[in-house]
Design a protein around this ligand. Structure first.
Ligand SMILES: [Zn+2]
Length: 152
């Protein structure tokens, strides 16, 4: 348990919400949340909480609570993960070129706490306004239903 970890995720300079150490994250998050958010893991498709959710509301960062996506930009991609065609606002997320696993992808992270959210793909022909698909792990998000949602 006390294996020294590289602390590249724990620098506080660029992470205002995250004066948290790696050990803090371990204690605050469930093991699955920690694996995805802090170790860039991926939940299995069709297993997450929100992949097929249509509830109106805002999706916050599970780690720090920043509002990241809304149900207005969520669409049915049938890929097994919650998919959005845009973030709530530019600046809420940041992008990192990810060449791990022999793939060439764009990783999406919470701009506030630098937690891993998922990846963004484009040009897949989904017919959304941006032709982008933010493929986000359910476990990285926390849905806050809209107060006036009467569909439930
Ligand atoms: Zn965050």
């Amino acid at each position: 348990m006390s294996t020294p970890e590289k602390s590249d995720l724990t620098t506080t300079a660029a992470n205002p919400a995250a004066g948290r150490s790696d050990e803090d994250w371990r204690q605050e998050l469930t093991p699955e949340e920690y694996h995805v958010l802090r170790q860039a893991g991926t939940e299995r498709p069709y297993t997450g909480e929100y992949w097929d959710t249509h509830t109106a509301g805002v999706y916050n960062c599970r780690a720090c609570g920043t509002e990241l996506f809304t149900s207005k930009e969520k669409f049915d991609s049938h890929c097994g993960w919650p998919s959005f065609w845009a973030p709530l606002a530019e600046g809420r997320v940041r992008y990192i070129h990810d060449r791990t696993l022999g793939m060439d992808r764009i990783e999406v992270r919470c701009a506030n706490c630098d937690s891993h959210l998922g990846h963004v793909f484009e040009g897949e022909g989904y017919g959304t306004p941006t032709d982008q698909r933010y493929c986000i792990n359910s476990v990285s998000l926390k849905l806050v239903p809209a107060a006036d949602d009467t569909s439930a």
